[in-house]
Design a protein around this ligand. Structure first.
Ligand code: AMP
Length: 594
C-alpha cells in the first residue's frame, strides 16, 4: 500500500471516529428516510422518519421475529418489504435458525462498505509494521459455492461474496501470493494444496501469513503433515501432482512450477522431517513478521497452537464483522490477543447497546438492568423500555449486547454478541469481544456460557504445560443421558516436542485438569456438583486431527471454511460421534469440590 494511500485512509478513520455522534445521526437519518415506506417500518412508524419515534416504536428483534419478512424477499415478492434499495444477493450467516442458515439481505452499498474493511485494516497494520510493501502475504482463503433462491438472487457466505468482490480482486489480491483463480476454486483440498505450494515456492517474498478466523490454522497444519512429501516432490521435479485436476488450480500453477528445484526441496525436507514442528512456520517462511488471524472470542482456543507452530510471532486479529453488519477494526494491532479491542466504525451501521450485567452473582445468561430482576428486565426489554444506549454513550468497563440497524433492512436487530467497553478512540468506543450470547452448556438450572467455559479451560491448561502437552482445540457437550448429567469436554492434545500420534496420557494430570475446570466454573456449577445434581466433569482426549474431521463435517453440511468457528459446544449427534470415534482416553474429575 502506498504511503499517501495509507495516510489518506488513516485520516479518514480519524475523521469518522472523531465525528461518531454526527456519523451515527446521519446514518440513522439516511436509513429512515430511505426506508420509512417499507412494509416493515411502515407498520411501526406509519411513514414517519423521526429518530425518537424509531426508538420508541420499532421493537428489538431477533432473526425469528423478522424471518417471515425475509422469507418474502427470498420468495421474490415485489420490493419494499424491508428496504427500498435493490437487493443484490443474500448473505448466509454461520448462525442458524431452526437448523436453516440465516439469510441477510445485501445491497450494493452494504457490500461496498463491508469490502472496504480489509483496506482500512491494511492501512492500520502498515502504520505499525514497516516494510510490508516489500513482499507478500500467504493468505489461506477459500470460497464456497453459491446457490439460487426463488427470487432469482444468489445466496452465499459473506467470505465468498467478499472474495469475488471487485475490491478484493483489484486491491487485496495484489499483496497475496496466490492467484485469484486458485482462491476462488471450489475444490478446497486442491486449492489448499496449491496455496501452500505457491507459498513455499515464494517463501522469501512471504512477509505475513494469514486467513480470516484462526480455526483454519489447525486444518492447514494437518494438511501440511499429510501432504508435505508430495509438495516437496512437486518442487523437486517441477511437476504438479496428478490429483490436482481442477483447471482453475492447474492452469495458474504452471507459472510457479517452471522447472525442477531440488535446491529448495533439499532445504524444505529436513524442516518437515524434524520430529518437532515447533516454530515450523518461521522456518518455512523466515521473513514472516506476523500471523493475521482472528483469535478473539471462541477463536482464542487456537492461540496456543498458533504460538507453538509460529514460534510466537505476533498474532493480529484484524476486525470484528458479521454477515449482518461490519462493526469495527483493531486500531492497536500489536496488542496481545487477550488485550484486543475493536474500535467501532460509526459510518457502517446504526449501533445501539443493551446493558448486560456480567458481574451478577447469578448467571449472566440473561439480561439484567439496574438491579431489576431478570424477568422484569426482559419484560422491560420486550416493552421497549430498557435503557438501551447509543454508540457514543456506552460506559467504559460495562458489558453490552450489540444491536444493529443497517442500510439493508435490519432494524434494531440483536446480533447476539456480548462486548465489553475498554476505552474510546476519539469519540468512538472500543470493545473487547466477550462471547456470543448463547449458553454453551446447560444441565438442570446451571448454564455455562462460552466465555466461562473458555476461562475454566484456560485455567486447567496450566496442568498440561509441565507434561509437555499442548491443547490444540476443544469442544464440549452436555451429557444429559447420564444420571446425574455431566459436562463432557473433548480435548485435542499434542506433544510439544514431537509429532507422534501416540500420546502417553497420565491419568493424574488429566484428572487434575478435570478438577481445575470444575473449580474454575462458577458458583452455580460448583453448588450443583456438591449437591450431586451434576456429575463429575469428563475430559475425552481425541487424536490430533480429530477437529479437522469435525470441520470437514460442518463444511460438508454447508459451512464456509473461512467463516467456520469450531463450535464451543456440540449439539448434533453426528458431530459428537466424529470426535467420540477418535477418543484415545477418558478421564473424570474425582473427589469433592472445595
Ligand atoms: P458470521 O455472520 O457467520 O460472519 O458470524 C459473525 C459472528 O462471528 C459474529 O457475530 C461474532 O459472534 C463472530 N465474530 C466475528 N468477528 C469476530 C471477532 N473479531 N472476534 C470474535 N468473534 C467474532
Amino acid at each position: 500500500m502506498e504511503k499517501s494511500r495509507i495516510e489518506y485512509v488513516l485520516k479518514k478513520i480519524e475523521e469518522q471516529t472523531s465525528n461518531a455522534v454526527e456519523e451515527q445521526e446521519k446514518i440513522l437519518e439516511n436509513i429512515l428516510k430511505r426506508n420509512a415506506e417499507t412494509d416493515y417500518l411502515n407498520k411501526f412508524l406509519h411513514g414517519q422518519t423521526d429518530k425518537q419515534l424509531f426508538k420508541k416504536y420499532v421493537p428489538l428483534v431477533t432473526y425469528e421475529d423478522i424471518k417471515s419478512y425475509i422469507d418474502r424477499v427470498i420468495d421474490g415478492e415485489p420490493p419494499n418489504i424491508l428496504t427500498t434499495e435493490p437487493i443484490i444477493e443474500f448473505i448466509l450467516s454461520s448462525g442458524t435458525s431452526g437448523g436453516e442458515p440465516k439469510y441477510v439481505l445485501s445491497t450494493a452499498e452494504c457490500s461496498q462498505k463491508r469490502a472496504s474493511i480489509p483496506m482500512l485494516m491494511e492501512a492500520v497494520i502498515h502504520k505499525h509494521i514497516e516494510g510490508l510493501d516489500k513482499g507478500k502475504g500467504m493468505y489461506l482463503l477459500f470460497s464456497n459455492p453459491d446457490f439460487d433462491t426463488p427470487s432469482g438472487l444468489k445466496a452465499r457466505m459473506f467470505s465468498s461474496s467478499y472474495l469475488s468482490s471487485p475490491t478484493f480482486k483489484t486491491t487485496v489480491c495484489k499483496y497475496v501470493t496466490t492467484p485469484i483463480e486458485i482462491i476462488l476454486s471450489l475444490n478446497k483440498p486442491q486449492s489448499m494444496y496449491c496455496q501452500l505450494l505457491i507459498g513455499l515456492i515464494r517463501r522469501h517474498e512471504v512477509l505475513r501469513i494469514g486467513t480470516i478466523f484462526a480455526s483454519t490454522f489447525p486444518n492447514c497444519i494437518k494438511f501440511l503433515q499429510d501432504h508435505w512429501k508430495d509438495i516437496c516432490s512437486n518442487i523437486r521435479t517441477g511437476h504438479l501432482s496428478d490429483w490436482i485436476t481442477e483447471q482453475d488450480c492447474r492452469t495458474p500453477m504452471s507459472s510457479f512450477l517452471l522447472e525442477p528445484n531440488s535446491e529448495l526441496a533439499d532445504l524444505l525436507e529436513p524442516i518437515f522431517e524434524n520430529e518437532s514442528w515447533e516454530g515450523i512456520i518461521t522456518k518455512l517462511w523466515p521473513k514472516a513478521k506476523y500471523i493475521d488471524a482472528i483469535v478473539t472470542g471462541s477463536m482464542s482456543q487456537y492461540i496456543g497452537l498458533i504460538d507453538y507452530y509460529s514460534g510466537r510471532l505476533p498474532i493480529i486479529s484484524t476486525f470484528y464483522n458479521s454477515s449482518e453488519a461490519c462493526f469495527g477494526i483493531n486500531m492497536e494491532p500489536l496488542n496481545k490477543p487477550w488485550d484486543v479491542s475493536y474500535t467501532f466504525l460509526p459510518n457502517m451501521a446504526y449501533f445501539e447497546f443493551i446493558p448486560v450485567d456480567k458481574e451478577s452473582p447469578q448467571k449472566a445468561q440473561k439480561l439484567h438492568f439496574n438491579g431489576v430482576s431478570n424477568e422484569e428486565s426482559i419484560e422491560k426489554l420486550e416493552n421497549g423500555n430498557a435503557q438501551i444506549v447509543d454508540l457514543v454513550d456506552v460506559k467504559i468497563g460495562q458489558y453490552y449486547e450489540v444491536v444493529v440497524t443497517t442500510l439493508a433492512g435490519l432494524y434494531r436487530y440483536r446480533v447476539g454478541d456480548i462486548l465489553k467497553v475498554t476505552g474510546f478512540h476519539n469519540k468512538s468506543p472500543k470493545f473487547q469481544f466477550v462471547e456470543r450470547q448463547n449458553v454453551a452448556l446447560s444441565i438442570d438450572r446451571d448454564k455455562t456460557s462460552e466465555a466461562d467455559l473458555s476461562k475454566a479451560i484456560k485455567a486447567a491448561e496450566i496442568e498440561l504445560e509441565p507434561r509437555g502437552f499442548l491443547l490444540t482445540a476443544y469442544s464440549s457437550f452436555a451429557d444429559t443421558w447420564s444420571i446425574p448429567g455431566r459436562y463432557v469436554l473433548f480435548w485435542e492434545l499434542k506433544l510439544r516436542d514431537s509429532n507422534t500420534d501416540q500420546l502417553k496420557l497420565d491419568s493424574n494430570t488429566m484428572e487434575q485438569c478435570c478438577r481445575r475446570v470444575e473449580e474454575s466454573l462458577d458458583f452455580t456449577y460448583r453448588l450443583f456438583r456438591k449437591m450431586n445434581l451434576i456429575g463429575p466433569l469428563e475430559i475425552r482426549v481425541v487424536k490430533f486431527g480429530a477437529f479437522d474431521e469435525l470441520m470437514n463435517f460442518f463444511v460438508s453440511r454447508g459451512a464456509a471454511p473461512l467463516q467456520y468457528k469450531t463450535p464451543c459446544c456440540l449439539k448434533i449427534k453426528e458431530a459428537i460421534e466424529i470426535l467420540d470415534s477418535r477418543v484415545v482416553g477418558k478421564f473424570f474429575s474425582n473427589g469433592n469440590l472445595a
